[in-house]
Design a protein around this ligand. Structure first.
Ligand code: NOJ
Length: 535
């Protein structure tokens, strides 16, 4: 059953426009390409799409460096194509979310260009964070960019500007009223074009504190913020709350205003989801208080090991935390910023975990290609594009592997993605993973997702919360099993390398691997697999 409002338990499919489908042979995906393939997305059984940025951009950070937030980059098409995409999606019953990037603009945005010309002390510079150098010529403080290197860049007249990300992404000054009012225009622009909501990039970063003060451990906080840098969890959790540019109270004032704007579209159910990396986890609940945003991403599964105690902790805590503010959690196993789940924990494990997660209350986010069990791309260093790779001088490989184009059909790369040269190379090894092949294989990961999403809608959404049957704190306290009951369905995930027999009767709805033996009130769940049983 569909939940009401639509987003409450929606499954949302994330499309990285550059990698979805290329309609004009230039090697990069585009809006027309997306429109032409939306029937595939609809058949998958999701409720909505979220489009990563397709705005005018010099593309220094995969389009998250926006030069005009109210126009389409010619590489992706034009505004008519965006309009058409929204219409096609709606005609197929799909809602559309677009990404907004309010923490920063591209240095090519007209405001930043004006700020450079206008000089120190000007109203134009006050829209960003421009400050004089210290007496010794050094930057105003010692913060480190999330992409490596200093978070300040000096301009010709000696002033520095702040950029938490690449030097081509100057941070906006949200204390400046011009910034808030311009963003309102952007939000209205897309809402008036027909979108159903927004994914808010770096939602926790808009307000900064102690801008002119050094942090005692700038490298420490920078590492603590990166999932791909390993760190003792205690050290990490001690550092995170001290980050002076994330999760400050002021951000909530901004979202209260945005919520009023969304609610002013009275006949529509507009929603917004925050990308907010915050610690401690309870802080995430603040973003979804009833007068703020609708959802907040839960990133805990993006780097979770395939271990029952860890997964139990994440699932249980996420549900309880969100419940404390009357919200539902969100679940994501992959996105464009982190290694693909099939590469990170293994293909079979990724199927089992996906089937477990699709049964849980809340919204599921599926990153395009995840439904194919796609691993990370094999990218030679010479093809890398991510600024993280360049700013860390190759020490970190960056996120290109996750952003690989989709394999659609055929026997050799680029598998129908483009008639030209793909912007990132696909590998011939993927010929069994194409959408064409998987569509006709009943045991494929694609068909697992299709069936699971249908069963989820038929039996699980709107069925309220879960009761734990097996966990480190419930049932036989087995270290190999996690199991919950939701409505009339029991969901068992066997994390061990051996089959596990459980006492259970009912009709087997779906399984992620192998064959399930069932007799005499017992079922044997294959190694590393999840099953759903209907009672
Ligand atoms: C988060 C986005 O998901 C990521 O791709 C981007 O690089 C940063 N924000 C900066 O906008």
């Amino acid at each position: 059953m569909k939940s009401s409002p639509w987003w409450k338990e929606a499954t949302i499919y994330q499309i990285y426009p550059r990698s979805f489908f290329d309609s004009n042979g230039d090697g990069e995906g585009d809006l027309k390409g997306i429109s032409s393939k939306l029937h595939y997305v609809q058949e998958l059984g999701v409720d909505a799409i979220w489009l990563s940025p397709f705005y005018t951009s010099p593309n220094k950070d995969g389009g998250y460096d926006v030069a005009d937030p109210r126009d389409v980059d010619p590489r992706f098409g034009n505004l008519d194509d965006a309009k058409r995409l929204i219409e096609v999606a709606h005609s197929l019953g799909l809602k559309v979310l677009v990404d907004v990037v309010p923490n920063h603009f591209s240095d090519q945005h007209v405001w930043f260009q004006q700020a450079l010309k206008a000089g120190r002390g000007s109203a134009e510079r006050a829209r960003f964070h421009f400050y004089d150098a210290n007496e010794d010529g050094s930057p105003p403080n010692n913060w480190i960019s999330l992409f490596g290197g200093p978070s300040w860049t000096q301009v010709e007249d000696g002033q520095y500007y702040l950029h938490l990300f690449d030097s081509s992404q100057p941070d906006l000054n949200w204390d400046n009223p011009d910034v808030a009012s311009d963003y309102e225009v952007t939000l209205r622009f897309w809402l008036d074009l027909g979108v159903d909501g927004f994914r808010i990039d770096v939602a926790h970063g808009l307000v900064k504190e102690n801008l002119l003060t050094n942090h005692p451990d700038p490298q420490g906080i920078s590492d603590a913020l990166r999932l791909d840098v390993s760190m003792d969890p205690e050290v990490r959790y001690a550092l995170l709350p001290t980050v002076p540019y994330f999760d400050r109270q002021g951000v909530h004032e901004i979202y209260r205003k945005w919520r009023k704007l969304f609610d002013s579209y009275k006949d529509r159910e507009i929603m917004a989801v925050a990308e907010a990396w915050v610690h401690p986890p309870v802080n995430a609940t603040r973003y979804v208080r009833s007068d703020e945003l609708h959802q907040v991403f839960n990133f805990d599964l993006l780097d979770a090991p395939f271990k029952s105690d860890f997964l139990y902790g994440v699932v249980n805590r996420s549900i309880e935390l969100m419940n404390s503010v009357g919200a539902l959690p969100t679940w994501a196993l992959s996105n464009h910023d982190s290694p693909r789940v099939a590469s990170r924990i293994g293909e079979v494990q990724a199927r089992a975990l996906a089937l477990f997660v699709m049964a849980l209350p809340g919204s599921c986010y599926v990153f395009a290609g995840q439904e194919l069990g796609l691993p990370d791309g094999e990218i030679p260093d010479s093809s890398r594009q991510d600024p993280i790779y360049f700013r860390t001088k190759g020490a970190q490989k960056g996120r290109d592997g996750a952003r690989i184009p989709l394999p659609w059909n055929g026997e050799t790369a680029p598998f129908g993605f483009t008639t030209g040269r793909p912007w990132l190379p696909l590998t011939d090894k993927w010929k069994e993973l194409t959408i064409e092949k998987q569509s006709i294989d009943p045991k494929s990961t694609l068909n697992l997702y299709r069936s699971a999403l249908k069963l989820r809608a038929d039996h699980l959404t709107t069925q309220g919360s879960i009761t734990w049957l097996e966990s480190p704190e419930h049932g036989a306290k087995s270290s190999s099993l996690l199991a919950v009951r939701r409505g009339n369905v029991s969901i068992y995930m066997n994390l061990s390398d051996l089959p596990v027999e459980v006492e259970i009767t009912g009709k087997l709805l779906i399984m992620s691997a192998g064959t399930v033996d069932g007799r005499d009130g017992k079922m044997t769940i294959p190694a590393v697999s999840t099953i759903w049983v209907h009672h």
